[in-house]
Design a protein around this ligand. Sequence first.
Ligand code: ADP
Ligand code: ZN
Length: 517
Amino acid sequence: MQHPRELLASVFGYGAFRPGQEEIVEAVLAGRDTLAIMPTGGGKSLCFQLPALCREGVTVVISPLIALMRDQVRALREAGVEAGALTSGNTDAETEEVFAALDEGRLKLLYMAPERLAAPGSMGLLRRIGVRLIAVDEAHCVSQWGHDFRPDYLRIGELKRALQVPLAAFTATADEETRAEIVTRLFDGVEPATFLRGFDRPNIHLAFAVKDSPRRQILDFAQARKAQSGIVYCATRAKTEVLSQALREAGHLACHYHGGMDPEDRRSVEVRFQQEDGLIVVATIAFGMGIDKPDIRWVAHADLPKSIEGYYQEIGRAGRDGAPAETLTLYGPDDIRLRRSQIDEGQAPPDRKAADHARLNALLGLAEAMACRRQVLLGYFGETAEPCGNCDLCDRPAVLFDGTDAVRKALSAILRTGEWFGAGHLIDILTGNATAKVREKGHDALPTFAVGRDLSKPAWGAVFRQMMGRDLVRPDPDRFGALRMTEAARPILRGEEPITLRRDTVQAAGARPMVKT
Ligand code: ADP
Ligand code: ZN
């Protein structure tokens, strides 16, 4: 069997599971009947596509919408997966191709419209081809009282009985009645493994801070939680070693963990962490899978994670026991530059790179959030929420100001210097700091020279960071990381759209961010 996590990366191009996906994939792979209730956009399709690829045989996917099936088949094929659909929208050639792939035993996923189950010969076909799993998308369509009722969904229970294979049902509709109906009609009344979990983990306190003296910030955070088990995630292996050393010198129990270590050494860290109280593991993201410690009290990120999915998964290791747990994520312009260049320099095709940039943007949006972070986080996963009262921005609301003027000045400094410079030089121009470089380039003669004297250097640093965080400017790897304007900035430059910035980080940029104790 192929390992799901490897396929997650190699076929789908994702670095982490979305909330809930891993447990569902495990249950399906274990051959259990499963019912998963996930919000729309939560990533249900992966939960049957991935198991389908890990195993021999065909997975039949019943889905009510032809357009949706075609989209999924196209995306799977682009990722190199043998998938096909039998729907009324097929051309004869398409249908023949599907049959050929089935005959040759190549097909992994067969999408079928429910109507097709009633067609003569369908049952016989499905019996012949070695079906291993039935996946039912939009399973609430089986409910006669719901507004999406599809009579042909009632044949699915029959199909399951005939094939004697596990069934995995997915829906975003969570109410009791619908669920009960699904269990009766799809699972013959036998309660399946059911996954119904909102994404919220209300006991986890969320906090971000701008990185200024990262080692100090992590030490302070750990100090306030002395003798509690915690994880510090770092972007590099070298850093895990340096930082765990620093923690030990400060009197903590700490060790490092990364993929470059001997398997026995890694194993011994895992065992210690599991058994001892108050151990800090400073690790790359290699640490975490298979760690099932309910009382991890805190998780800190010494560097910005790769994506909002990665962030959620990593902080989600804290507080599984439901007791209060705390998190802190440090970030700064260098992190943004690093993560962008990792995406740009990677081997992924252009559309996947664009998607990775979008996932990074989502995380930066969370980092630069103006109000409750949980609302932003859950919103990304398709859930709505009230302000949570358990994040740094609920504790201490951000002070906002109209940053339109500052952003326009910064953009014009970028454009007037041909998009060839980084934030440091641009800030020198804006604040009227006539350095040798500024004079040599003649930038002291620009109209933008010194137009930003009203803000301090650190304040401008924060403006630039927020501009990067909102993807108004991006470092260009082909120009040594020079900042270039994105399309999103154009309306602001033209004065068609205002932009709000956070004052607190502008002021705090030079000072040490406060850490909740
Ligand atoms: P649903 O069917 O639950 O509404 P989809 O399966 O269409 O949701 O997935 C929603 C989006 O989430 C898709 O754009 C998909 O690419 C993305 N997605 C799914 N799983 C992951 C993951 N593990 N990491 C990142 N993105 C994911
Ligand atoms: Zn909040």
